[in-house]
Design a binder for this molecule. Structure first.
Ligand SMILES: [Zn+2]
Length: 732
């Protein structure tokens, strides 16, 4: 799923933060707490090795599906049957099975609907009044009716005899139907276009819950925010739709000759040999043939944990070859309506898809599916094996961004099958991290904006959010963007750039993907793997970044000439104030303009809260700066720098001249400046006031929240900046 920050909301979130930091005293750094041993809740087991790899008795169950389904276009109704072959490789006999009935999220009385606040939600069906949820016609086990119980989005099937351990096979057949919501929790739905509806179908058949060695049956209901945890298997689908519609889906099309014309098949063959996009069904041919009746499209995908499809008479279709590192080929395909066509929009979708898949395959693990299809629908962006749905209105950079993100999900969670319902950060966060590298690589950085990691501290390391480790259903909806995407993504960036180094990180991360490809890792398997492969102790980082919401704050405390004379060298004291330590990089700049870099390993902070070291030189020090590359998200940049001019007093100032009320058209709040006891205070609408520090030249700061306010010479307007964002306010 994708997540975009609306500019306005993010700005307001930053403002709100300033009041809370002001009110709170940061706890002091405790090195025994940060580095204490026995971080892991348990030692290695038969199924999960302490080294981070699957244990020698690792097992997981499998689920193969034969899906037959037909679409009723007038009612938006899906009617189908799912034949499931479920193999129990666990060492346990199973007296019952659990399945996921995700469509029941859209039933009126669902738990997911019950947790939608009055202010609305991205999840659910946006208040659409319709008869949502599964209608189950029959459930058969080994060909006979069997007892089943439905509870919200789950179905429990009681077995007449226990399913045998270590390879017992259960055969289930379920007949069902449901009416599709128009807006299906931003993950599936129906979109009207001028040439017909686009059906983007997902969570459309009963899926097995995962039975694992961690929780047994994973039966948490689908409430909307948390995604999925699914078993691997081979999935085949026969999809019957009106004959004028074109179907794209997960995996390989098995009956090309029955559904495409000779001419179209020739174009497919051309696309299979072309690095340039080839039109399969160009816009000029939309609506040309209007066959009546129905057509059945047959698809098959292996080593997959899910299956999705899309169908429409409105589809323009194009494709190009994907070249994989092993020499194998796959196919990038795009399906979109005329409204989305053009080089500025979906006309480049296939190019984006091909580039993303080729990059990730080269960098991390080879793409395992015969096709990667990008479909324009009404979802912001949603991922499935071999097919993704992105919004039909996306264009240019945003279409690249969402396409790259959704196909990035091929690696997390389609290949590495973590438990999304509990640990969204293991797919969204890891994906956000790899997206940055992919965007840098795409077309010589066409859409790349290098993020200033050093500036993100006050935004992501913020008491307003819960911890990363809690699930999406256990955090405020507004926290999900930070805690599932940006903060874990940034965490991997920090690990790569600052803690481990690129080569070491990449080797460990690649090992994690290879070890857990098509398996079910836990966070601990990831942590163990990163430590074992890199050889570094990282418990302090996992503890601070993922389990707690510790802050990074290091500072330059003092700079002195050694024994009173720089000819003897310089003596520098740095301190670790935040609870989360970091390796420290110190840039020493001398009066002659030359610089020297000093790197302190994180071990310095294992038994110290401040550290004094000598710089060998004979030159006078002009400036000392921490993190000169700005890659450490320190929450307080102000104390990262010491300058020889620091002690110089600033000019006297008449604070009364700066008072007044300022507003901006960009934000729904005002800033009021008042003078009390020789200090200037600022207050944003509805928030606590905070005292400003005068820096000279009409500039004030509030360092705890990284706020800088510069008044114009006539004091009629201000430039307000915080965490890298700026706004212009004018006096009322
Ligand atoms: Zn996502």
């Amino acid at each position: 799923m994708n997540f975009k920050l609306p500019t306005l909301l993010s700005a307001v979130a930053i403002f709100a933060f300033s009041a809370t930091t002001f009110a709170q005293e940061a706890p002091k750094y405790d090195y025994t707490e940060a580095f204490k041993p026995f971080f892991y809740p348990q030692t290695g087991t038969e199924t999960r090795s302490a080294s981070g790899q699957p244990g020698y008795k690792y097992w997981q169950n499998s689920a193969d599906y034969q899906l037959n389904v037909s679409l009723d276009e007038t009612k938006n109704e899906i009617t189908g049957s799912a034949e499931i072959t479920y193999t129990n490789y666990s060492p346990d006999q199973l007296g019952f099975l659990w399945l996921q009935l995700d469509q029941n999220l859209f039933a009126k009385d669902s738990r997911g609907n019950a947790v939608v606040p009055l202010s609305g939600s991205r999840n659910g069906a946006h208040g659409e009044a319709f008869d949502g949820g599964y209608k189950i016609k029959s459930v058969k086990y080994d060909g006979k009716d069997v007892k089943y119980t439905i509870s919200d989005t789950r179905m429990q099937v009681d077995l007449p005899n226990d399913l045998k351990a270590n390879g017992g096979v259960a055969k289930l057949k379920i007949e069902y139907s449901f009416v599709s919501p128009q807006y299906g929790s931003d993950r599936m739905g129906v979109q009207e276009t001028k040439n017909g509806k686009i059906y983007t179908m997902a969570q459309w058949y009963p899926r097995m819950c995962v039975y694992d060695d961690v929780l047994g049956w994973n039966t948490m209901p689908y409430l909307g925010a948390s995604e999925f945890y699914l078993e691997y298997g081979t999935l085949s689908a026969n999809i019957t739709v009106p004959a004028n519609q074109y179907v794209v889906a997960s995996g390989q099309l098995m009956n090309e000759k029955e559904v495409y014309s000779k001419e179209e098949i020739n174009r497919w063959n051309e696309a299979r040999n072309s690095d340039k996009t080839v039109a399969i069904r160009p816009e000029s041919e939309l609506g040309k043939n209007k066959p009546t009746g129905t057509k059945t499209w047959k698809f098959k995908i292996e080593k997959a944990r899910d299956f999705a499809w899309a169908s429409s008479a409105a589809f323009i279709i194009d494709a190009a070859r994907i070249n994989l590192p092993s020499g194998k080929k796959s196919l990038a395909i795009s399906a979109y309506p005329a409204e989305s066509a053009g080089e500025k929009a979906w006309g480049r979708s296939t190019e984006y898809t091909k580039a993303a898949i080729e990059h990730y395959s080269q960098k991390w693990f080879e793409f395992p599916y015969p096709a990667a299809t990008n479909v324009a629908g009404n979802e912001g962006g949603m991922e499935y094996p071999g097919i993704v749905f992105c919004h039909m209105d996306s264009k240019g950079e945003s279409l690249w961004g969402v396409t790259d993100h959704e196909f990035g999900h091929t690696w997390f969670p389609m290949i590495v099958g973590s438990n999304e319902r509990l640990f969204a950060w293991m797919d969204e966060g890891f994906n956000t991290f790899i997206n940055d590298l992919s965007t840098e690589a795409f077309n010589k950085g066409e859409y790349y904006h290098k993020q200033n990691m050093g500036k993100m501290g006050s935004y992501v390391l913020n008491d307003n959010y819960e911890q990363i480790m809690v699930g999406p259903d256990n955090m405020k909806e507004r926290s999900i963007g930070v805690l599932a995407y940006f903060k874990p993504g940034l965490g991997l960036g920090v690990l790569r750039e600052t803690v481990l180094g690129r080569d070491t990180f990449d080797k460990a991360f690649r090992t994690y993907v290879a070890r857990w490809a098509f398996k079910h890792p836990t966070p601990w398997d990831f942590f163990h793997t990163m430590e074992n492969v890199s050889g570094e102790e990282l418990n302090w980082f996992w503890r601070g970044w993922f389990l707690n919401k510790w802050k990074i704050d290091q500072g330059v405390k003092a700079v002195k000439p050694l024994n009173g004379d720089y000819k003897n060298g310089a003596q520098i004291t740095v301190e670790n104030l935040g609870q989360l330590p970091m390796p420290t990089t110190v840039e020493v700049k001398f009066k002659d303009g030359t610089t020297q870099l000093v790197k302190l390993p994180v071990e310095v902070w294992k038994r110290n809260t401040e550290w004094t070291f000598k710089v060998n030189s004979i030159k006078e020090v002009d400036q000392v700066k921490l993190d000169p590359a700005s890659i450490v998200p320190d929450v307080n940049a102000k104390n990262n720098i010491w300058t020889s001019a620091q002690a110089t007093p600033v000019e006297k100032v008449n604070l009364k001249a700066f008072t007044g009320i300022f507003s901006t058209k960009d934000l729904p709040l005002k800033l009021t400046f008042t003078e009390k006891d020789g200090k200037l205070y600022a207050q944003a609408t509805g928030q606590a006031e905070f005292a400003l520090q005068y820096e000279g030249n009409n500039k004030f700061t509030f360092e705890q929240a990284d706020i800088a306010i510069t008044f114009s010479a006539d004091k009629k307007s201000i430039d307000f900046s915080q965490g890298g964002r700026s706004f212009k306010f004018t006096k009322e």
